[in-house]
Write a protein that binds this ligand. Structure first.
Ligand code: KG4
Ligand code: ZN
Length: 361
C-alpha cells in the first residue's frame, strides 16, 4: 500500500504526517509556534519562517520515526504550496523537494484549503460515515472563510468568501482588543457560555453582489465602539497583567477578571459570527443543486457554539466536522489530500513555486 509523507508549513504550525493506503494514519506531528507569536498578538511572518526552519528537520524525522519508516519506504512526499505566508510555505515545500530529489519519489503539491476539506473526508471515512459528494464545504480559520461546492473528482466551485477579515481573525482581533491575548478563538469559545448571547444586538452588513460572501470587519468595529463607549480600559489592563503573569490563564482566572457585561459581549459576538456562518451555509445549500452533505473545517470548526448550531437538524443534510486535533492546521490533511493526486499521477516538478494566494478550483 502506498505511503505518503505530508508536510504543512503555511502559517504558524510546522507539521508532518505519514499516511498509508488512503486512511491509515501512521503518524502525525505538529509543532506549534503559538508561544512565539502570542506576545505580538498575531502571527509575525518573519518569525514564522525562522521557526519553521528550526522545526522542519526534527518534525519530519519524528513523523518518520513514529511511523517506523525511513524516507526510502515512502511512495511520495506532499507539501502545502499555498495559500499561506510566502516564507513559511517555502520551508516545507523546499524540504519536500529535497526529499523528492534525494530519493526519486514524486513530489505532490497540495492546496491548504483542500487539505482542510480532506481532514474531514478522511475522518468521516474512518468513522464509517463517509462524506457524500458533492458537499458544501465551509472552511473557517484564521486565514480563510470560504464556502465551496466540493465534487467527487476533486473539482471545487467557490460559492462565497470573506471580503475582509476571516472568521478566526475576527475572534483573534476581538480577543486582543479586550485583553484576552492570542489566539482569541479558544478563549472566547470557553467564556461565551457564561454570557447572554442576546445581550448585545449586533447587526451584520447586507452584502451587495454575491450575497454568499462574508464580511466580519464591521462586527469587529462594532465591538470596538462598544468597548470605547463603556470605558473598559481598566478591566482590559487587568487582563493584560494577568497574561503577563500567567501565559495561559485558566477559565477561573479569566472569569475572575471579566465582568458579566463583558461576558455578554463575548457571547453576543460569538453568536453573531455563528449565526452568519449558519445563515450562509443554509442559503448556499438551498441554492446549490445536488448538495448531499456539509463539511465544516478549519480552526474555527473547533468552536462549540458553531458545532451546536450547525448540525444535521438545522441544515437538513448530514454535517461533518473534523476532530478538534484535525480542525486546526496539521499534516494529516495534506497527506490525505495528496492521495487522490497520487492515484491520478498528478505530480509537481521540482521547480514548483510557493503560491501565497493560491486559489482552489
Ligand atoms: O486552521 P487554523 O489552525 O489556521 C489557519 O489556517 O488560519 O486556524 C486558527 C484560527 C485562529 O484564528 C483561532 O482563533 C481559531 O482558528 N480558533 C477558534 C477556536 N479554536 C481555534 N475560533 C473559534 N473557536 C475556537 N474554539
Ligand atoms: Zn488552516
Amino acid at each position: 500500500m502506498a505511503r505518503i509523507l505530508g508536510i504543512e508549513s503555511s502559517c504558524d504550525e510546522t507539521a508532518a504526517s505519514v499516511i498509508e493506503g488512503e486512511t491509515n494514519v501512521l503518524s502525525s506531528v505538529v509543532a506549534s509556534q503559538l508561544s512565539v507569536h502570542a506576545k505580538y498578538g498575531g502571527v509575525v511572518p518573519e518569525l514564522a519562517s525562522r521557526e519553521h526552519l528550526r522545526a522542519i528537520v526534527p518534525v519530519v524525522r519524528e513523523a518518520l520515526e513514529k511511523a517506523n519508516l525511513t524516507v526510502r519506504d515512502l511512495d511520495a512526499v506532499a507539501a502545502t504550496s499555498g495559500p499561506g505566508l510566502a516564507g513559511a510555505l517555502l520551508v516545507g515545500l523546499t524540504y519536500a523537494k529535497a526529499i523528492s530529489f534525494a530519493t526519486g519519489i514524486p513530489l505532490i503539491t497540495v492546496n491548504h484549503i483542500e487539505g482542510h476539506i480532506h481532514a474531514v473526508i478522511l475522518e468521516s471515512a474512518l468513522r464509517g460515515d463517509p462524506v457524500e459528494l458533492p458537499a458544501l464545504a465551509l472552511i473557517v480559520s484564521g486565514g480563510h472563510t470560504h464556502m465551496f461546492e466540493a465534487h467527487a473528482v476533486g473539482g471545487y466551485r467557490l460559492l462565497g468568501r470573506t471580503r475582509d477579515d476571516a472568521a478566526g481573525e475576527a475572534f483573534d482581533k476581538v480577543a486582543k482588543l479586550l485583553g484576552f491575548g492570542y489566539p482569541g478563538g479558544p478563549v472566547v469559545d470557553r467564556l461565551a457560555p457564561f454570557g447572554n448571547p442576546r445581550a448585545v444586538p449586533f447587526t451584520l452588513a447586507k452584502m451587495k453582489g454575491n450575497t454568499l460572501d462574508f464580511s466580519f470587519s464591521g462586527l469587529k468595529t462594532a465591538v470596538l465602539r462598544w468597548v470605547e463607549s463603556r470605558e473598559m480600559g481598566a478591566e482590559i489592563g487587568v487582563r493584560k497583567e494577568l497574561l503577563q503573569r500567567t501565559p495561559v490563564p485558566t477559565d477561573t482566572e479569566w472569569l475572575a477578571v471579566t465582568p458579566p457585561a463583558t461576558l455578554d459581549l463575548l457571547a453576543s459576538f460569538q453568536a453573531t459570527v455563528v449565526d452568519e456562518l449558519l445563515r450562509h451555509a443554509l442559503s448556499a445549500a438551498d441554492r446549490t443543486e445536488g448538495i448531499r452533505s456539509v463539511i465544516v473545517s478549519g480552526g474555527v470548526a473547533c468552536n462549540s457554539g458553531l458545532r451546536l448550531a450547525v448540525n444535521s437538524r438545522t441544515v437538513g443534510l448530514p454535517v461533518h466536522f473534523p476532530s478538534r486535533a484535525l480542525s486546526t492546521d496539521n499534516a494529516v490533511m495534506i497527506a490525505a489530500a495528496a492521495f487522490p493526486k497520487f492515484r491520478r499521477g498528478e505530480f509537481a516538478s521540482l521547480d514548483a513555486a510557493a503560491e501565497p494566494n493560491l486559489a482552489l478550483q
